[in-house]
Design a protein around this ligand. Structure first.
Ligand code: FAQ
Length: 326
């Protein structure tokens, strides 16, 4: 098993046997499948990697409330509205869980939120695309939550205890989210010609961004090898992406929608679906802040934070009063 980068001209990671002291003991625990808890010794780079990933994940959940939140007032029935409302609230809960998991690593929530608002911290590229029609709500549940589950189920077994435990409940809720999204798409696809066109249009716009959500190809993944060595990531970006494609293509067939990829084919030998080229320029543009909705998403978050200042102040005043009275 690998650990730590070694500068040998050829980049590689050191095995536990090549490490010493605390670092060696740490890697041996990881290799043996022992979970790391907040009070345990950990390399500073492990801590930083977790803070980066968990906080980006938390930000994604919170920013991810915005595209769907836009449709709560316009859901087509009371039942759809109640379901969407519950889903968006769930995403908020996931964000709070994840901020709490990040805090166990010695960072403050205020600092993490400041990093999001100043544009320093990333969040998932997928939430920088607009929700133009009701079918987009179906596409997000089906594709985005579908992708999120595939990425997050392995995280339930990741090496850091608080992160893995948070993921268990998150995955259960994402599973309901995926089902409600697929149900919206299935109903639209079986509806009038106009409804089917709307569903197909949403699939056309969300398919490639969902495929990109898993991150750059393994060869370009900056953190992939080290995170695998530390069992933060149990699968590479490309493996998870492939799993998503293999799972989703038959679902699209089932409801009579077409994946927008003329090169898509099933490789009979491997049993895997092969896709056409991914537009990685688009991915990096969106990640760097130049997607269709990046500016709008951040501005909305900052405004919500500023408008909520009185709630935080009131809660703090109440907590102080309770403490002084005790
Ligand atoms: N967007 O070296 P790698 C959800 C960045 S939750 C933006 O491969 P890593 C629920 C990456 O940060 C969705 N940036 O990175 C929901 C790094 O840059 P850095 C979020 C991305 O960390 C549904 C650089 O590229 N899920 O959907 C993206 O090893 C519906 C190089 O990449 C998670 O966060 C991207 N898509 O692997 C909510 C899951 N991909 O940090 C509402 C946890 C990569 O050096 C509605 N995270 N980058 O500046 C992970 O599993 C990993 O962090 C990956 C990336 C797989 C996302």
């Amino acid at each position: 098993m690998y650990a730590q980068m070694v500068d040998t001209g050829v980049e590689r990671l050191r095995t536990a046997q090549e490490l010493e002291g605390d670092e060696r003991a740490f890697q041996e625990r990881i290799d043996a499948g022992v979970r790391i808890e907040p009070q345990d010794w950990m390399p500073e780079t492990y801590r930083k990697t977790l803070v980066r990933q968990i906080s980006q994940h938390a930000h994604s959940e919170i920013v991810g409330m915005l595209p769907e939140g836009n449709w709560i007032t316009r859901a087509p029935s009371l039942q759809r509205k109640a379901t969407l409302l519950a889903k968006v609230q769930d995403e908020g809960g996931h964000g709070l869980y994840l901020y709490a998991a990040a805090e166990t690593l010695g960072v403050s929530r205020d600092d993490l939120i400041e990093a999001l608002h100043s544009g320093k911290a990333k969040y998932s590229s997928i939430f920088n695309y607009p929700t133009l029609t009701w079918a987009d709500i179906g596409a997000i549940g089906w594709l985005v939550d579908g992708a999120a589950i595939i990425n997050q189920i392995p995280l339930c077994r990741c090496s850091y205890g608080p992160y893995g435990r948070a993921m268990v409940r998150v995955c259960k809720e994402e599973s309901f989210h995926q089902r409600q999204g697929f149900d919206i798409m299935a109903k639209l696809a079986a509806g009038t010609q106009a409804q089917k066109r709307m569903a197909q249009d949403a699939l056309n716009r969300w398919w490639w961004p969902a495929v990109m959500m898993f991150g750059p190809p393994d060869g370009e993944s900056v953190h992939g090898a080290q995170s695998a060595a530390w069992k933060i990531k149990l699968h590479g970006n490309d493996d998870l992406r492939q799993k998503f494609i293999d799972q989703t293509v038959p679902q699209a067939d089932l409801i009579g929608l077409t994946i927008p990829d003329p090169a898509l084919s099933l490789n009979a030998e491997t049993g895997h679906h092969e896709i056409g080229p991914i537009d990685w320029d688009e991915f990096y543009r969106v990640v760097k802040g130049d997607g269709p909705c990046n500016r709008e998403r951040l501005a909305t978050r900052v405004e919500a934070w500023e408008k909520g200042a009185w709630v935080r102040e009131a809660a703090m005043a109440h907590a102080m009063k309770q403490r002084n009275a005790a």
